[in-house]
Design a protein around this ligand. Sequence first.
Ligand SMILES: [Zn+2]
Length: 96
Amino acid sequence: MITQGSPLVKCRYCPAHAVWATYEQTSRRTLVDPLPTVNGNIELTRKTGTALIARVVPVKERGQHTELYLSHFVSCPGRDKARSASSRQTMRRTGR
Ligand SMILES: [Zn+2]
């Protein structure tokens, strides 16, 4: 699993642990469940260092991927809180 080697972080909104990844299209960070799942829609790749890059895979391509992940906020029981917090964070740029 590509998530091995990335630090597990505890979700701020529930007891689960997840890993950070950055959407390649938007540069926004998201928490991703560390285990691949059959209904996942996110392909993770690692470029340099420990940063994971997330790409949302179009439905028609999903059959070609064996390891797809799901955003933790899809299943997080505290996702309503998480969503309002992340919309506040969009003003803050991450990375360089
Ligand atoms: Zn959570």
